[in-house]
Design a protein around this ligand. Sequence first.
Ligand SMILES: C[C@](O)(CO)[C@H](O)COP(=O)(O)OP(=O)(O)OC[C@H]1O[C@@H](n2ccc(N)nc2=O)[C@H](O)[C@@H]1O
Ligand SMILES: Nc1ncnc2c1ncn2[C@@H]1O[C@H](COP(=O)(O)OP(=O)(O)OP(=O)(O)O)[C@@H](O)[C@H]1O
Length: 302
Amino acid sequence: MSARVTVRVPAKVNVQLAVGGARPDGFHDLANVFLAVGLYDEITVTPADELRVTCSGPDAAQVPLDRTNLAARAALTLAERHGLGAADAAVHIHIAKDIPVAGGMAGGSADGAGALVACDALWGTRASREELLDICAELGSDVPFSLVGGAALGTGRGEKLRALEVGGTFHWVFAMAGRGLSTPAVFREFDRLNEGVRIPEPVASQELLDALAKGDAGALAAAVSNDLQPAALSLFPELARTLDAGRAAGALAGLVSGSGPTTAFLAGDAAGAEEIARALLDSGTCRSARVAVSPAPGATVV
Ligand SMILES: C[C@](O)(CO)[C@H](O)COP(=O)(O)OP(=O)(O)OC[C@H]1O[C@@H](n2ccc(N)nc2=O)[C@H](O)[C@@H]1O
Ligand SMILES: Nc1ncnc2c1ncn2[C@@H]1O[C@H](COP(=O)(O)OP(=O)(O)OP(=O)(O)O)[C@@H](O)[C@H]1O
């Protein structure tokens, strides 16, 4: 056991998000093609007298520091499963947050997966990969992917993962919006917009999987899709201007990341990404713009 563990966890973009009809449990079946991108939160755990969460970074004020924080929930779930008492499981979790909050990039999920891996190392609980994935799925639909990183197809509510091959580096620009969007609200809007419509079963696009496997940015750009985009745009119409600005600046594709409101732009190369980021900032249609590459590794002890 060591006295301090830091874990780095990436954000994600959904290059395909096919959404089925609402299930009886309120969730939606998905064909969710996740790609981890090189924007990271770092979670550091140290022994303490009681469970405590702190957070730093530009969006820190929006992060809950109580037991609803996914990082705290991860620590409590691991402790409970391994029969650790309150004193043994007391830990200070610090989140150095670089992933936008409520941005559709799985920031909270990253912190859940990171705290889980960090506490497992700190406490010497030696949970199997299978158990870690099981706890992640209990915490949220996106959390298992935050653990594994790379690229994966998520089915069910997104928690059942199959690793995907990625044959090259993709260059992205992410435009952060001035406010967040609630994921449940975006799924509710999806249901409202599709009322009375027969929604087909979600399936992954073979063209998209081939483009990923080849590392072909042009082919990936032609195949990206997000069924939640109309719902995110309906709740946040100004995002259409951001999408227009990124496309006008030469992006191969522009789309809403997951449930939004972060927008993602695929560039042909690193220089193109820098140019698009500058144009997005100059357009005044976003709060900030960041470049990042994919794929990125999952939760990693640093
Ligand atoms: C939009 C995505 O980020 C795409 O990766 C995910 O589907 C959302 O994953 P998440 O934030 O981990 O979501 P969860 O914490 O599991 O669920 C939050 C809420 O989102 C809705 N939800 C989520 C996942 C899913 N497959 N169907 C849903 O309808 C439900 O209303 C649920 O109560
Ligand atoms: N560690 C955390 N970091 C950020 N938000 C958290 C965390 N734990 C709980 N939350 C809550 O979760 C909400 C969603 O935050 P998050 O940043 O995960 O959204 P998101 O990136 O849109 O999620 P996703 O892409 O998985 O749908 C926040 O508004 C906050 O109330």
